[in-house]
Design a protein around this ligand. Structure first.
Ligand code: NAD
Ligand code: UGA
Length: 436
């Protein structure tokens, strides 16, 4: 099938490439000329493990191409996916900014030829697909098309595997014709026993927000329990393991940490709160999760301060990991972008390392941070070390070397990577999250 993907970001580029891997013919479109020029030369503008190999394979085999020109990409397509960004609005009120979606819809409209399904893959408030429908009809009253919703559940850093082996595919449709097109696109996954949940467009749109909000609630829940564990001298790792063994609870997303971040949970929880408010309803559990997440980041600042003897002023802090999670270069809403400025405001100096995120970090973090080539250089002369993001390369650090480099052997493990006893035996003053 001929597919066009509008937007070649973390979602569009991965899903477009994976559709090509299924055997479809995919054209990826983006308004960003630099991105497209890079992709045309085989340069991948983001870090996502395995993506470079898959892009190269599918471009070489003639199933994947990139362009800035919708006129070249849309007319031949039987399905046009919209995967542009839906960030929080700049007004700061939590509403999703739909301007990129609507601009894309307007441009697609003029180029539609023959029956086409226009599919929202971006995470969008309930009613957006209907608005896209209205825009296309206004711009091109002759167009023969249906709109549909096909939310995406992949995670950054594991995006290809998540897309190729999803727990389910959700398709929101209002016509059998559109459903048939979507089922054909996802047939390779269906053949591998992936459940396809076919529903109304509104249900599909809300399902995406509900899924992200539930995961955010789960993380905030364990972060709050971690705090209780510290007060009552309990161990959150054992506790999470024990409750997670209950199939009704499940073991995933019960890792305490510095608070959830990333391009989606923070913005999507806020957007859900606004959608719900507009309909005169409440999602108090989600509101609480958002509050707890902000408090968790503030708690991490306090934890670091306490480990520095009550004040960070004039102290040097080594930070390992800056991105919101490992295996991505994405810095959007990373906890480091809240925690580090708070410490710097009080006069702390930061020496930081991240395997893939330092280029992006320079844009998201305050000036004055010293970026180092490796973990040991970051530790050089520092008064404590904070493990912020659990990259694999920080899981087996040379503790002796680290201790020698640090001014004071203080290790603050915000991801509970290390064993407290081992760290104490190695001569560190150690603290994690949720373990006294
Ligand atoms: P992104 O910012 O990485 O990419 C968006 C791309 O769209 C950019 O390259 C931008 O230049 C392009 N774009 C904007 N307007 C355009 C237009 N009119 N025509 C063509 N291209 C245009 O965003 P992302 O992280 O890929 O997220 C996209 C959507 O998918 C969001 O709604 C997000 O919530 C959702 N989502 C993201 C993830 C994730 O892991 N990042 C996972 C699931 C769902
Ligand atoms: C998340 C969802 O997991 C995806 O299903 C969804 O498609 C995506 O958002 C989206 O809509 O964009 P992502 O943000 O890439 O994916 O990464 P996650 O692995 O979910 O991690 C999000 C944040 O939660 C990270 O900061 C991570 O460190 C934190 N987290 C995650 C925890 O603190 N504890 C956990 O147990 C799990």
């Amino acid at each position: 099938m001929n597919i066009t993907m509008i937007g070649t970001g973390y979602v569009g580029l991965v899903t477009g490439t994976c559709f090509a891997e299924f055997g479809h013919f995919v054209t990826c479109v983006d308004t960003n000329t630099e991105k497209i020029a890079a992709l045309q030369k085989g340069v991948i503008p983001i870090y996502e493990p395995g993506l470079d190999v898959l892009v190269q394979k599918n471009t070489t085999e003639g199933r994947l191409q990139f362009t800035n020109d919708m006129a070249q990409a849309v007319p031949e397509a039987e399905a046009v996916f919209i995967a542009v960004g839906t960030p929080s609005s700049r007004r700061g009120d939590g509403y999703a900014d739909l301007s990129y979606i609507f601009a894309a819809a307007r441009e697609i409209a003029g180029h539609l030829r023959g029956y086409t399904v226009v599919i929202d893959k971006s995470t969008v408030p309930v009613g957006t697909a209907r608005q896209v429908d209205r825009i296309i009809r206004e711009v091109n009253p002759q167009a023969d098309f249906d709109v549909a919703s096909n939310p995406e559940f992949l995670r950054e850093g594991a995006a290809i595997n998540d897309f190729m082996r999803p727990d389910r595919v959700v398709i929101g449709v209002a016509s059998t014709k559109a459903e048939q097109v979507l089922r054909e696109i996802y047939n390779p996954l269906y053949l591998r026993d992936t459940p396809i949940v076919s529903t109304t467009i509104e249900t599909a749109e809300l399902t995406k927000y509900a899924a992200n909000a539930f995961l955010a609630v789960k993380i905030s829940f364990i972060n709050e329990i971690a705090c209780v564990c510290e007060s009552v001298n309990a161990n959150v790792i054992d506790l999470a393991k024990a409750i997670g063994m209950d199939g009704r609870i499940g073991s995933k997303f019960l890792h305490p940490g510095p608070g959830y971040g990333g391009s989606c949970f923070p913005k999507d929880t806020l957007a859900l709160m606004r959608i719900v408010q507009e309909h005169g309803e409440n999602v108090r559990v989600v509101e609480a999760a958002v509050e707890v997440n902000a408090a968790q980041k503030a708690r991490m600042v306090k934890k670091i301060r306490e480990m520095l003897g009550g004040s960070e002023t004039g102290k040097t802090i080594a930070v390992l990991g800056l991105t919101f999670k490992p295996e991505t270069d994405d810095m959007r809403d990373a906890p480091s972008a809240t925690i580090l400025p708070a410490l710097m405001e009080k006069g702390a100096r930061i020496r930081a390392h991240d395997p893939k995120g330092m280029h992006e970090a320079r844009e998201y973090l305050p000036k004055g941070i010293e970026y180092t080539e490796n973990a040991y250089q970051a530790a050089e002369g520092a008064d404590c070390l904070v493990l912020m993001t659990e990259w694999n390369q920080y899981r087996a650090l040379d503790l002796e070397q680290l201790k020698q480099k640090l001014n004071d052997p203080v290790f603050i493990d915000l991801r509970n990577v290390y064993d407290p006893e081992t760290m104490r035996a190695a001569g560190f003053r150690y603290t994690g999250v949720g373990r006294k």
